[in-house]
Structures are given as structure tokens and as C-alpha cells.
Design a protein around this ligand. Structure first.
Ligand SMILES: C[S@@+](CC[C@H](N)C(=O)[O-])C[C@H]1O[C@@H](n2cnc3c(N)ncnc32)[C@H](O)[C@@H]1O
Length: 208
């Protein structure tokens, strides 16, 4: 990605417009009107330096790639990455924008089958941009089952974000309740107020 500030600004505006168009087509599965900021991306990704060569990081719902860029910058040598994106247009954009990373076009609900088909190990980190609060209850619980099944085996960690304004919604609370039943350890970071809109980062460990 270029470091020219003018080009970076233009790309952010183009991404914002493209993202908003996709939101208008599929508001439920996109679940946000703008891509995440670099500030939210950095906190969500956190430190990856304790990962070892051969470990796997999986990203759910990379969209236009703000979290992906932060992951790529933090990914230690030899640690593998797979992004899983449902939207065809975003999937094509990600493949063009991040030619050194792998992306699967499909649903995060199928994570264990996707990893097994690709001969990949269970992930040490799942970093998610999925709009859990706007996903139908059945999709939400299938995605949670996939997260738990894969992280229980690897001893890995799950991170996601929820917007402050939507944190109290019944669907957002249902997601957190489901996760609290399945993970022994939970931490809430933030809010990240420089993101528009402000968001909390949620961190879950010790799947059971
Ligand atoms: C809120 S946007 C976040 C995009 C990006 N991570 C960011 O932070 O700007 C949600 C993304 O999840 C994708 N998505 C929705 N449901 C999905 C699913 N079941 N599996 C994989 N991706 C999904 C959408 O297409 C969209 O790219």
C-alpha cells in the first residue's frame, strides 16, 4: 500500500463510498456505514508478536481491509493469514489490494470446514469485523459455534468490536451472553472514541 498521504486520503474516500454502496445493498450483513478507522484496527488487532511460525490468524469480514492492513503490518514472519469474506465485491477488492495474503469467499460460519479443506491448522487468533448485532440469530449462533470449536482446539483468542451506540441492543447483548457461556475469560477495551462511530473492542479467551 502506498504511503503518499494524498493517495491514502483518496483511497479512504473511495473505500468509504464503495463501502456505503455495499451497505445500501446488504445492510444486515455489512452492518456499518463506514469502514473502521486505523485507530480501531490497531486496538482490535493488538499484539501478534507472541505467535510462532506456522500459527494461523483468521480474519472474519475484512470488507475493504482496514483491519487487514493492521494485521499485515503486525504479522510476524512465518505466521499465516486467512481472511473470510462473504461479499463478492469486497472479496475481489481484497485479493487485488493484498496480493500476498489469502482470502476465502464464503461465510465465517463454515470456518472449520474451510480450514480443513485448505489443510490449515486451527487459528491462534480470530479477529472479527462481523456485524454480530445485525446478523440473524441462527447465523450468529452458527458463527459462535465455529469460533468455539476452532479456538478450543488451538487455545487461541477471539477479538471483535461493538459500537457504543448499539452495545445495549438485544441482539448485541445476545451475542455477548452466548460468548460469555463459551469463554472463561472476557475483557472489554475502550471505547475507541476516534473511530466513527466510537466502538468497544471485546476480547475472549479460554474457550470451553
Ligand atoms: C461491519 S463490516 C466490517 C468491515 C471491516 N472489517 C471494517 O472493520 O471496516 C462487516 C463485514 O463482514 C462481512 N460479512 C458479513 N457476514 C459475513 C459472514 N457470515 N462471513 C464472512 N463475512 C461476512 C461483510 O460483507 C462486511 O465486509
Amino acid at each position: 500500500m502506498t504511503a503518499d498521504p494524498q493517495a491514502v486520503k483518496q483511497r479512504r474516500v473511495r473505500d468509504g463510498v464503495g463501502f456505503f454502496r455495499t451497505f445500501l445493498k446488504s445492510p444486515g450483513s455489512v452492518g456499518a456505514v463506514l469502514p473502521s478507522s486505523r485507530w480501531l484496527a490497531r486496538v482490535l488487532v493488538g499484539r501478534l508478536d507472541e505467535l510462532e511460525p506456522g500459527d494461523l490468524v483468521v480474519e472474519y469480514g475484512p470488507g475493504t481491509g482496514p483491519m487487514t492492513a493492521a494485521i499485515r503490518a503486525a504479522l510476524p514472519d512465518g505466521v499465516r493469514y486467512l481472511g473470510i469474506e462473504l461479499d463478492t465485491g469486497f472479496h475481489e477488492l481484497l485479493e487485488r489490494r493484498f496480493p500476498t495474503l489469502d482470502f476465502h469467499h464464503g461465510s465465517a460460519a463454515d470456518v472449520t470446514a474451510i480450514l480443513s479443506d485448505r489443510g490449515l491448522p486451527m487459528p491462534k487468533r480470530i479477529l472479527s469485523g462481523l456485524p454480530f448485532a445485525s446478523l440473524p440469530a441462527a447465523v450468529q449462533s452458527n458463527v459462535v459455534s465455529g469460533i468455539v470449536d476452532s479456538l478450543r482446539e488451538s487455545g487461541g483468542e477471539f477479538r471483535t468490536f461493538q459500537y457504543v451506540h448499539a452495545y445495549g441492543l438485544a441482539s448485541a447483548r445476545r451475542f455477548r451472553a452466548l460468548m460469555r457461556e463459551r469463554f472463561a475469560s472476557f475483557e472489554r477495551i475502550g471505547p475507541i472514541v476516534r473511530n466513527v462511530p466510537p466502538a468497544f473492542v471485546l476480547r475472549y479467551r479460554d474457550a470451553r
